[in-house]
Write a protein that binds this ligand. Structure first.
Ligand code: T4K
Length: 403
């Protein structure tokens, strides 16, 4: 029997005009006040102090300390270098356990210094590293655990830290997504030996490029300050191996401008999240990852899981539909670190131990939000998804013919 389309559902993938004339990106930067940024830029030019622990960097660090309640914020040029420096300052070696379901930087920051990242599976309900898997992966070479607070939600710090103390391991966190979020009544930044934030252009608070390590450990903070500046402890005196991890003044100026706008950005993200929640509710096989409003979320990731058995389209097919409409949905974090090089060659069978990473990575898509997306645009995006589900047979026919 012929499939009858009940409503008029134009879709670009079925040869209609795309819903958006310009691409809608995941990770479009939020700007803050252009005027304030230009004032800060003029100050930088007037002072002729462009980098090397300048006044803007110090102000940025102080603002983060105040905001998170952490004793030390050490600002760096990006979160990847910040992870590398923190790993080195903590003297991690041998093997370090991390989740496979994360951005590749978490793994590369270890591999770059010839430390082996060992991939743990995740809890499919939370997408966070599963503590039970951690315990099974500990060997005599294991020196630490890097938990990742994925999507701005904290991983199970209590379980991780209890495993670590039983096995005498060090713990730090990749908090690239979690600036401003709270956990157990404290702001993230205060857990483990240290936590690393990202202030990349795509993050809700951005420095163009930037990162920072937050820690309550005075000795560790001092060590990382030295390491980010080649180990210099004064003119002509190097007391540590170091690198160039310094944040520039212009990046700190952007960070300060972004921090000034933090509440507006969170409000925009929150109202976008509410609009997605309403627009996607009741759609079969489409599950929006919910935020807990009590945990001060930054709402910066709109994470949707697609269950093909109920939606009759899989994640890749829906992403193709959205991209045809100029909605550049992303498949974070697919295909999982273990399926990327060099790890794929090192551990060709790792996927067998990571069933939840495999399944989640194949189901998740991340949708556009931030200040450059508004509720009417989100209404349209949700309508596209609704239409695609209604027209799943036609969409599949077209996509399979393209393939
Ligand atoms: N740990 C975790 C868990 C992370 O997620 C990340 C980074 C890190 C560590 C390392 O932090 P950083 O060293 O970067 O500070 C993006 C970001 O580049 C990356 O920072 C972020 N996580 C990751 C989740 O997303 P890509 O490869 O997807 O970026 P890209 O260039 O495709 O940009 C994303 C979208 O944003 C594009 O569609 C275009 C748009 N965009 C991007 C930039 C840079 C703009 O509209 N304007 C821009 O200026 O990794």
């Amino acid at each position: 029997m012929a499939h009858v389309v009940e409503v008029d559902c134009p879709l670009a993938i079925l040869n209609s005009v795309p819903a958006f004339s310009e691409p809608l990106h995941v990770g479009r930067p939020n700007l803050g006040s252009r005027e304030e940024m230009l004032k800060r830029l003029n100050g930088i030019f007037d002072r002729r102090w462009f980098t090397n622990d300048g006044p803007m960097v110090r102000e940025f660090e102080a603002r983060i300390q105040e905001l998170t309640g952490v004793r030390h914020c050490v600002a760096m040029c990006n979160a990847t270098i910040a992870l590398e420096i923190a790993i080195r300052a903590l003297e991690l070696r041998g093997e370090v356990i991390i989740p496979a379901y994360t951005f590749i930087a978490t793994a590369h920051a270890l591999q770059w210094q010839e430390i082996t990242p060992v991939f743990a599976d995740i809890d499919p309900a939370t997408h966070q590293i599963d503590p039970l898997c951690i315990e099974r992966l500990i060997t005599p070479r294991t020196t630490g655990i890097i938990g990742v607070h994925l999507w701005g939600r904290a991983c199970d710090t209590d379980a991780i830290e209890s495993i670590a103390s039983r096995h005498k391991l060090k713990v730090m966190y990749d908090a690239a997504h979690s600036f401003g979020c709270s956990h157990q009544g404290r702001l993230i930044g205060n857990f483990g030996s240290c936590e690393v934030f990202s202030f990349h252009a795509t993050k809700f608070i951005n420095c163009f490029e930037g990162g920072a390590v937050a820690t309550n450990d005075d000795v560790l903070a001092q060590k990382m300050r030295l390491m980010r500046n080649f180990g210099f402890a004064g003119y002509d005196r190097v007391i540590y191996p170091g690198t160039n991890g310094k944040m520039t003044e212009i990046c700190a100026a952007m960070g300060l401008t972004s921090l000034d706008a933090m509440q507006d950005i969170v409000d925009a993200n929150r109202s976008n999240y509410d609009a997605y929640r309403e627009g996607l509710s009741g759609l079969p096989g489409i599950a929006l990852k919910e935020y807990d409003h009590n945990k001060k979320p930054n709402y910066q990731y709109i994470v949707v899981e697609v269950d093909e058995t109920a939606a009759f389209l899989n994640r890749d097919e829906l992403v193709a539909v959205l991209q045809a409409e100029n909605v550049l949905a992303r498949k974070y974090f697919w295909p999982g670190c273990h399926r990327m090089e060099p790890y794929k060659s090192f551990y060709p069978n790792a996927h067998l131990l990571l069933p939840h990473t495999e399944k989640t990575g194949a189901r998740v898509m991340v949708l556009p939000t931030g200040q450059s997306v508004d509720c009417p645009a989100i209404g349209k995006i949700c309508q596209i998804i609704r239409n695609a589900l209604k027209l799943h047979r036609e969409v599949r026919d077209v996509l399979h013919n393209i393939a």
